[in-house]
Design a binder for this molecule. Structure first.
Ligand code: IPE
Length: 177
């Protein structure tokens, strides 16, 4: 039987400096990328889904606006967009770090396809993730904002995304770093 994929979360407190707004840890990302590359080379059957948190990028903006608890006002929506932008900026840094060592990561933005209801995921596009895995790519997702049917908007953590995807992709292992 085919092995299920391995889900790996790179926590926001690992890959960013939480004390300083929008500060990533590039050397650590380089090391992580290299270690994951070595692991894949030693076991070519392995299939990975990577996720990462937001640390001092999205969390700073999110706590400024209280985004997780709902979005209703124009100021709240402005914050929603800012949280999304901050999360995407870190995602670019992470994706580039992995590309730099030759790992074929494909960044998929959760807010482009997710819909939540009272903070719980109702839908999230899984087909692009499945196609990426079949193609030998490494789908890369991240904690992000999402529209919410009851609350207007909210935030989905990497764990929220993993829990939802676990029922669809049946991972063998989930590693939280
Ligand atoms: C948080 O995601 C997402 C945003 C604040 C946009 P996570 O919950 O996965 O991030 P960390 O690991 O706590 O930083």
């Amino acid at each position: 039987m085919d092995m299920g994929p391995t889900f790996i979360k790179l926590g926001g407190s690992l890959i960013t400096d939480k004390r300083r707004e929008a500060s990533a840890r590039p050397e650590l990302l380089r090391t992580l990328a290299q270690e994951i590359k070595t692991a894949i080379e030693s076991d070519p059957e392995i299939r990975l889904l990577l996720g990462h948190g937001s640390g001092s990028f999205g969390h700073w903006e999110a706590s400024r606006y209280g985004t997780r608890h709902g979005v209703t006002t124009p100021e709240g929506w402005q914050g929603f967009a800012q949280v999304s932008a901050a999360a995407s900026r870190l995602n670019r840094i992470v994706a580039d770090s992995f590309q730099a060592v030759g790992l074929p990561v494909l960044s998929l933005q959760p807010s482009a396809s997710a819909l939540a209801e009272e903070g719980n995921i109702v839908t999230l596009a899984v087909k692009p993730i499945q196609h990426a895995l079949q193609a030998g790519l490494i789908p890369l997702i991240f904690g992000d904002v999402a529209f919410d049917r009851s609350w207007g908007g909210t935030i989905l953590s990497t764990e929220d995304l993993f829990v939802h995807l676990a029922t669809l992709l049946h991972p063998d292992r989930i590693l939280l770093l």
